[in-house]
Design a protein. Structure first.
Length: 241
């Protein structure tokens, strides 16, 4: 009996770390909360760029999650000293970040890094297949491949936009015949539509857009209030119109 009690105590003690973990799960820090990132920012503020570079490089190597900010800062620190490395870090930033404004800055800095690299080549041999030139070519190839993947993802996102897809399926794209124009119909607004374009499709004339506007004043505050997926009533044309 005593042995059984001892075994029960051992089992109970063994479960304590598991219960503690469930009660206090480890929280994943964001990139800018990482100790290495914070220490690097202190180094940058005191102009210790070499130390900041080492700390940010460690963060990129050790952190499993994306590090767009670290890559951006590493790229900035490398533009003149290591333009090839700068291009790599800016490309990594572009593949991980969502800030459109800073993405444009990163692309501009990539162009600056290319120019800095070109200045390091011998004056009469800047297009030769030197090891440095071949390295840049390989980096640019990787950049093109990553940009191509991003374009595919963007295209897939656009295709998954349900209202636009539904509008494309239900939109009349051909010019109406006189018999069709003489009866009332319904039109689903699609991307890049305007009342004049809809009038051309439905009546064969762009100048009759006001008829559509007046028939849909209950959902159109103005002639420029069209939205994708909106259903419009297309009034029938009278013989005098």
């Amino acid at each position: 009996m005593r042995k059984h009690r001892v075994l029960l105590w051992i089992v109970a003690i063994g479960w304590l770390p598991v219960l503690f973990w469930f009660k206090n799960p480890k929280q994943t820090l964001s990139e800018i909360e990482e100790p290495l990132f914070l220490e690097a920012q202190q180094c940058l503020r005191s102009d210790r760029t070499d130390e900041a570079f080492k700390l940010l490089s460690r963060l990129v190597e050790e952190r499993r999650n994306p590090c767009p900010e670290a890559h951006f800062q590493l790229g900035q620190l490398s533009v003149k000293s290591d333009p090839i490395g700068a291009i790599y870090h800016f490309q990594r930033y572009l593949s991980q970040a969502t800030d459109g404004v800073r993405s444009k800055i990163a692309m501009q800095l990539i162009e600056t890094a290319k120019k800095e690299f070109a200045r390091t080549l011998p004056l009469g041999n800047r297009t030769a297949e030197t090891p440095e030139y071949m390295r840049l070519t390989e980096v640019l190839k990787q950049m093109r491949e990553e940009n191509a993947r991003l374009k595919v993802q963007l295209a897939q996102t656009r295709l998954s936009y349900a209202p636009a897809k539904e509008a494309m399926k239900n939109t009349v794209v051909s010019t109406a015949t006189p018999s069709e124009a003489s009866r009332e119909r319904t039109y689903v607004v699609q991307y890049d539509d305007s009342l004049s374009k809809i009038s051309l499709k439905m009546y064969g004339s762009a100048v009759k857009w006001k008829l559509i506007y007046e028939a849909n004043r209950d959902i159109l505050p103005s002639a420029n209030s069209l939205k994708i997926g909106m259903k419009l009533r297309i009034p029938a044309l009278k013989a005098t119109q």
